[in-house]
Ligand binder design. Structure first.
Ligand SMILES: CC(C)(COP(=O)(O)OP(=O)(O)OC[C@H]1O[C@@H](n2cnc3c(N)ncnc32)[C@H](O)[C@@H]1OP(=O)(O)O)[C@@H](O)C(=O)NCCC(=O)NCCS
Length: 222
C-alpha cells in the first residue's frame, strides 16, 4: 500500500474533518454518532495556538479492503488530488496552555500525586499536546502511526510532547507499543478525567525526537 503524509491546512477543514473524525471513531471503536460531537471539538481546536495536523493519504485502489467505508474516507483537495484518495490516518495537536481543560487536568493530577508547584510548572508550562493520533484499523501495523507522529513533532518549538491515553493491562496495545518505542515515559498514571470512568496515563518525552527522551533531573522521570 502506498501512503503519503500531508500537512492538513486549517482552511481546508471542511474537506478533511469528516473523514478524519470517521477514522478516529473507527480506530477507537466508538459508537456511531460520536462523530458529531467530536467534529465540533476538533474544529474548535484548530483555532488554538500552535495547532498542526498531519494526515496519511492512500488511494482507494490500494485500500480496496476499505470499500464499505470508502465514501466516508474520501478527500479531494490540492494536497490530495487523486479522485480516489482516502484518508487513512490523522494526527494533530497544539501548544499546551494553562487556560485549556486538559492542562488543568494535568496540573490537578500532578498536584494530587504530591508534586511541588515547581515540579508541576516544569512539566505543564512548556509542551506540545499530542491531542489525537489514529490510523484506520485496516491500515494499522504498517508504520503509519509512527510516521504521522514523527512528522507532526518535527520542528516543534516546545521542549516536550505530552499525551494522555487509556490505561491498558500490560500496556498491550499498538498505541502503548508505539509510544514506548519512541521513548515516551510516565508523567502520571491512573488518572481519572472528570466524566470518563476509564483510568488514563499521561506520557511524555523531550523534543526533538532525536534527543534523549528524558534529560537528567527531568520532571518527566519523577
Ligand atoms: C495507535 C495507532 C495510531 C498506531 O498506528 P499504527 O499505524 O498501527 O502504528 P505503527 O504501524 O507505527 O506501529 C504498529 C506496528 O507496526 C509495526 N511496523 C512499524 N513499521 C512497519 C512497517 N514499515 N512495516 C510493517 N510493520 C511495521 C510496528 O513494529 C508496530 O508493531 P507493534 O504494534 O507490534 O509494536 C493505531 O494503532 C490506532 O489508531 N489505534 C487505535 C486508536 C488509538 O489507540 N489511538 C491512540 C489513542 S491515545
Amino acid at each position: 500500500m502506498s501512503v503519503r503524509l500531508v500537512s492538513l491546512p486549517a482552511a481546508d477543514a471542511h474537506i478533511w474533518l469528516d473523514p478524519a473524525v470517521y477514522t478516529y471513531v473507527t480506530a477507537m471503536n466508538y459508537p456511531r454518532g460520536t462523530e458529531h460531537t467530536r467534529a465540533a471539538l476538533w474544529r474548535d481546536h484548530i483555532r488554538r495556538p500552535g495547532w498542526s495536523a498531519v494526515a496519511a493519504i492512500s488511494s482507494a485502489s490500494a485500500m480496496d479492503v476499505l470499500r464499505p467505508a470508502y465514501s466516508r474516507l474520501h478527500v479531494h483537495a490540492p494536497w490530495a488530488p487523486g479522485d480516489r484518495d482516502v484518508l487513512v490516518g490523522v494526527a494533530y495537536g497544539y501548544t499546551g496552555r494553562p487556560d485549556q481543560w486538559w492542562n488543568r487536568q494535568l496540573r490537578n493530577g500532578l498536584r494530587q500525586a504530591g508534586r511541588t508547584p515547581a515540579q508541576i510548572a516544569a512539566v505543564a508550562d512548556d509542551y506540545f499536546e499530542l491531542t489525537e493520533l489514529h490510523v484506520h484499523p485496516m491500515a494499522q501495523g504498517r508504520g503509519i502511526g509512527e510516521a504521522l507522529l514523527t512528522r507532526l513533532l518535527a520542528g516543534r518549538p516546545e521542549s516536550a510532547v505530552l499525551l494522555s491515553t487509556p490505561e491498558v493491562p500490560g500496556e498491550e496495545n499498538r498505541a502503548w507499543s508505539l509510544y514506548r518505542r519512541l521513548g515516551f515515559v510516565d508523567v502520571l498514571r491512573d488518572y481519572g478525567f472528570a466524566g470518563d470512568p476509564r483510568p488514563f496515563a499521561f506520557l511524555g518525552r523531550r523534543l526533538p525526537l532525536s534527543a534523549s527522551p528524558v534529560p537528567r533531573q527531568s520532571p518527566l522521570t519523577r
